[in-house]
Design a protein around this ligand. Sequence first.
Ligand code: NAD
Length: 270
Amino acid sequence: MKKKKNERIRVLVTGCAGRMGQAVVKTVMAQADMELAGAVDSHEFAGRDVGVLAGAGESGILVDSDINSALQKFSPHVMVDFTRGWVSPGYILPCLDEKCACVVGTTGISEDDMERIREKQKKTGVPVFIAPNFSIGAVLMMKFSVEASKYFEWAEIIEMHHENKADAPSGTALRTAQLMGAVNSSFKSPVNEEEKISGVRGGVGSGVRIHSVRMPGFLAHQEVILGGEGETLKIRHDSISRECFMPGVMMAVRKMSSLKGMITGLENIL
Ligand code: NAD
């Protein structure tokens, strides 16, 4: 559904009962130029007022467990999705059919599903924006790491997240490795090293070694360590609360009416 001039942006939130979804609901409800237009999550939350669920007071929007019914009822302009990698495509594809632009923060979407989304996006012409990390600090951490990658021969990534994170490594670590690997495809590794415990040296993404830590006490953190002759450089980002993602999400929602195609990465719309 195309937004008319002076109309508020109608936003549908999928995964509305989750940690990120609740933060999005609360933030959307506080924006003068936006209107909450639908909320979707699994059956167990169906029928509950999403504003109350998110701790933002009554919104009059009841959680739906069916994306098609939410799309028909509210004709949203933009969907914001923070669900699970295997759930998200099932929300994005019907949105594109209904001309609802998609802002996707969910990580762990498979390459096959990405291809299906890409194809549908091309067919419908409805814009899709995907960001593995909506925080400005994390985007800068990636940017600085890419810059440093041109000058250092060694690099490894350590990412730390809360114990309920579903995917490893994080989407941010994968994206950082991808961007670093694009400017330096020959990071060094010790030769003939023997792993006494399988996996102890982490995994390799785009030529960069990645280590994932999961435990309570962490939210989302990443350290990129680069090494050269006689020196190391550490570039670290810490997300202290989920609020850090909201300015990026709101910016993406506002920009959807002028975006074209399928765009990945907050750095591409800043
Ligand atoms: P969460 O577990 O708190 O929330 C996920 C929500 O999705 C839950 O409410 C759950 O009920 C819902 N859900 C799961 N399966 C469903 C299904 N089949 N149908 C309907 N709803 C379903 O997780 P979270 O911490 O909010 O993170 C959500 C996603 O966002 C993850 O992929 C995470 O990695 C990602 N994330 C991205 C960013 C970013 O900046 N891009 C930041 C934080 C988290």
